[in-house]
Write a protein that binds this ligand. Structure first.
Ligand SMILES: C[S@@+](CC[C@H](N)C(=O)[O-])C[C@H]1O[C@@H](n2cnc3c(N)ncnc32)[C@H](O)[C@@H]1O
Length: 447
């Protein structure tokens, strides 16, 4: 039987189970693996010949004949969990990963997403690399998270954090768990990482030089088998909960567009409110994915799930001007060095409904818990607004959440760093960058 007759059926089976549409090289690898398997004897596939069938002409017993392509295909169809199917899968998957892959995305994680998550989420952020291959992406997330936490002085915020890596390939997951990598995995990686997070191993002529991820980092990551096209259902799925950041890079590029979109819908359902999804630059983008908003950083796109559906509150007729001296985190003045601004007319209805205004109003009334949700919304709406994160820091502080307060304040400080001192703040134009810097410095002494 020529491969022309069984190969399309094999490729269809593979696509149905994994989403993978194979291109030439991998189709050839799969074909080779299938031919080798088809040459194995039927006993290996559970075939039991009766004695009459095994009895050769000269009275000796013979081994069962090769299974052949037709029966092999049937066997694979009816035994989806068999290790022979798993072996074929390894020939089909496209491996390949390295640390710190795609610089603009790494910078967006470092500068925007991770500091914002550390500042906004109540516990350590939950991160998931879906389609993690041999684990480089997972360890990259663990390193980045640790570095952001150190920069923000927030190590307690990442203790007990864990990064999940999942893949379809048991072989890739086994490599990921071992955590040993050669020079090729380090291309484009910050130089300091190798000495900070790895120990050098004695190389051998086959592998070349190798480095092993330090045990303490390996303890912070978990790897699990997970098929994005046939995700586990029911209780198992529920148990896994929701994630603040999902990376699914260079996976859906091998899928048909409609399968890629179905995977995105599934991933979006696993995002926590305010959580982020990052795809590879060449992956098909999500189309009309309800509830996900596109965000960008220089050279990088990503998507965010709203914190909560933004509902406009009914307009109030008159809103009292906001007192600028905080009642909650006193004695630290909200605006320490400037005279109180004058409001000559009631604020517009737009002011009344902005999450920042609502948060401020509640904070000034002493209702810090009531202020938290609108301020987290405000931080979601503008993750680059220093004043918003400053105010969020005040709320966390008022709630006694010192680590979160510190993260939010330090993040606000890092956002402010690029502004000349006299720049008026976007969301509080009566304040300058310098005013806020001073207020931040004072507040930071408290945390
Ligand atoms: C090219 S690697 C990408 C690795 C990593 N995300 C990166 O960008 O460096 C693609 C990985 O996706 C995995 N994959 C393909 N189809 C999958 C599926 N249906 N479910 C889970 N993983 C899948 C493959 O096993 C492979 O390890």
């Amino acid at each position: 039987m020529s491969s022309a007759s069984w190969l399309p059926a094999l490729l269809r089976l593979l696509e149905r189970r994994t989403g993978l549409v194979l291109r030439e090289r991998n189709a050839t690898l799969l074909e080779g693996a299938f031919v080798r398997l088809a040459a194995e004897r039927g006993q290996g596939f559970g075939e039991v010949l009766d004695n009459a069938a095994r009895l050769g002409e000269n009275g000796t017993y013979r081994a069962s004949p090769p299974i052949g392509p037709v029966r092999l295909l049937e066997f694979l169809r009816t035994h989806p969990q068999d290790k022979k199917w798993a072996a074929l899968l390894e020939a089909a998957v496209v491996p390949g990963a390295h640390f710190y892959r795609v610089l603009p995305q790494m910078l967006a994680l470092q500068a925007n997403i991770l500091p914002e998550l550390l500042s906004r989420t109540a516990g350590p952020p939950r991160l998931w690399s879906a389609g993690c291959s041999s684990g480089e992406e997972v360890y990259t997330l663990a390193f980045l998270l640790e570095e952001c936490a150190v920069q923000l002085g927030l190590m307690t915020g990442v203790q007990n954090s864990s990064v999940l890596g999942t893949d379809l390939s048991p072989h890739a997951l086994a490599l990921a768990r071992v955590g040993r990598y050669g020079t090729w995995s380090f291309r484009g990686t910050p130089l300091a990482w190798q000495s900070r997070y790895f120990r050098a191993l004695e190389g051998n002529p086959i592998t070349g030089p190798q480095w092993e991820v330090l045990g303490q980092v390996r303890n912070q990551v978990k790897f699990e088998l997970y098929n994005l096209v046939e995700p586990p259902s029911g209780a198992l799925l529920e148990q896994k909960g929701q994630y603040d950041l999902i990376l699914c890079r260079n996976v859906t590029i091998y899928f048909r567009p409609e399968v890629a979109q179905a995977v995105y819908r599934h991933l979006a359902s696993r995002l926590s409110p305010g959580g982020y999804l990052m795809l590879g630059p060449s992956d098909p983008p999500p189309i009309a994915l309800e509830g996900l908003e596109q965000k960008s950083a220089p050279g990088a796109l990503y998507w965010q799930k709203p914190l909560k559906p933004l509902k406009l509150e009914p307009l109030k007729k008159v809103k009292p001007p906001l007192p600028l001296t905080p009642k909650v985190v006193s004695p630290i003045p909200f605006r320490p060095s400037l005279p109180q601004p004058e409001r000559t007319s009631p604020p517009s209805s737009k002011d009344v409904t902005s999450p920042l205004e609502r948060g401020l109003e509640r904070l000034e009334r002493g209702d810090a818990s009531g202020a938290l949700e609108p301020l987290r919304q405000a931080a979601y709406l503008d993750s680059q607004d220093a004043f918003v994160h400053f105010t969020l820091g005040r709320v966390w502080l008022a709630l006694g959440r010192v680590a979160q307060a510190r993260a939010a304040l330090l993040y606000a400080q890092s956002l402010l760093a690029v502004f000349p001192p006299e720049t008026p703040l976007n969301s509080a134009p009566e304040l300058t960058a310098l005013d806020l810097r001073h207020a931040l410095e004072r507040l930071l002494l408290k945390v």
